[in-house]
Ligand binder design. Structure first.
Ligand code: GDD
Ligand code: MG
Length: 370
């Protein structure tokens, strides 16, 4: 069965992590998010995958190519301007002749796809939508179910007084190809505001597949932190890169860790990292390939991307540091701060209270202290 993954969004809410990177390429425990998704599909023998791309398409195509190095066959449906979730599916119509799957490209889940496809067939559905319960449904698509799990109502991002259920659209669908006729061609449209309410109104067999599987949309910084954290502590499951050095410390090849370094897992370290003397690293922490952590620094629950250079006696706590960023001696980065890629921060700065630093910025020595 073919699957289409919608990966064309700009990832605005994840900025500054997505200044120079499309959301599906953002690293989750040292691998682009989309690799985790592709692996999940492969576990259910779904290997013929179409990527609907638009924002920074080259970054995705260069990494994944034809999919052969990831054990899948990839095709691309490229949009010149964003066509929305509906328009993106319609744009891939030429690839979709039989029953097919659609995935929002920013959801991490271990949803049982095999079961979902069986449910779709057993119910003779034209469309089936995966559902998950959440505490606050206002930022999602809310689904109301009737008997036999038939969808009775779909409201995208409702105001609190319109909420009738805590079950939301989990962003995975099984469609029969005839539903494509209900999506207008060549114009921007959203499945959530067009096709889904339309299916309900026309009384077309549309069902909800409720599941207790792990589920997270990585669209917001807090959830980006949470997914890395959950994978490191084993609450969500995916293959972690590297070899275990101890129970919960995974190192890829070529890491140079000074014998005086104190490591408290879970920690994942990419290829060729250098950890200098008297550094302390406390998990859950990820350090990207080629990063250098200077003497006496402290890393505590941090997500550090590739080729980051941390000076001496620096501190990074509960924060993200993007690719190629340089942090000066004695600088602190604390409290859910996000420093994007290619940033240079001089020594003696205190970056706290969730500060965001945009890609490419330079901050002088002793310039910031909250
Ligand atoms: N190709 C393409 N073109 N992809 C797009 C476009 C587009 O114009 N617009 C959005 N996407 C992709 C995004 O990249 C993302 O992977 C997915 O479609 C969903 O878009 P989001 O912008 O992340 O939507 P959301 O999170 O606010 O809401 C959606 O997901 C919720 C679950 O997390 C909706 O489907 C909700 O109903 C749902 O509950
Ligand atoms: Mg989303």
């Amino acid at each position: 069965m073919k699957a289409i993954i919608l990966v064309g969004g700009e990832g605005l809410r994840l900025r500054p992590l997505t200044c120079n990177l499309p959301k599906p390429m953002v690293p989750i425990v040292n691998r682009p998010f989309l690799e985790h998704m592709v692996e999940h599909l492969k576990r259910h023998h779904i290997i013929d995958i179409i990527l609907a791309i638009c924002y920074l398409p080259d970054r995705i195509q260069q990494h994944f190519g034809d999919g052969s190095s990831f054990g899948v066959k990839l095709s691309y449906a490229v949009e010149q301007t964003p066509l929305g979730t509906g328009g993106a599916v319609k744009n891939a119509e030429q690839f979709l002749k039989d029953t097919f799957l659609v995935f929002n490209g920013d959801i991490f889940s271990d949803l049982d796809l095999t079961e979902m496809i069986k449910f779709h067939r057993d119910h003779k559905a034209k469309a089936t939508i995966a559902l998950t319960p959440v505490k606050d449904p206002t930022s999602y698509g809310v689904v109301e179910l009737g008997g036999q799990s038939r969808v009775k109502g779909f409201i995208e991002k409702p105001s609190p007084e319109r909420i009738t259920s805590n079950l939301i659209n989990a962003g995975t669908y099984v469609f029969e190809p005839d539903v494509l006729a209900l999506i207008p061609a060549g114009v921007r449209s959203m499945l959530e505001r067009g096709l889904f309410p339309d299916l309900v109104q026309r009384d077309i067999p549309f069902y909800g597949f409720n599941s207790p599987a792990y589920w997270l949309d990585i669209g917001k910084p807090d959830d980006y932190f949470k997914l890395n954290h959950d994978l490191l502590i084993g609450k969500a499951v995916s293959r972690l890169p590297g070899k275990p050095m101890a129970d919960d410390i995974w190192l890829e090849e070529g890491c140079n860790v000074h014998h005086s370094v104190k490591l408290t897992g879970p920690i994942v370290m990419g290829r060729g990292c250098a950890i200098e003397q008297n550094v302390e690293i406390l998990g859950p922490t990820v350090i990207g390939a080629g990063s250098v952590i200077g003497q006496g620094s402290i890393i505590d629950e941090a997500i550090i991307w590739q080729n980051v250079k941390l000076g001496k006696n620096a501190t990074v706590r509960n924060s993200v540091i993007g690719d190629n960023t340089v942090i000066g001696d004695g600088t602190w980065v604390n409290d859910s701060s996000i420093i994007s890629d290619n940033v240079t921060i001089g020594s003696g700065n205190k970056m706290e209270h969730g500060i965001r630093v945009w890609a490419g910025k330079t901050i002088a020595d002793n310039a910031i202290s909250f």
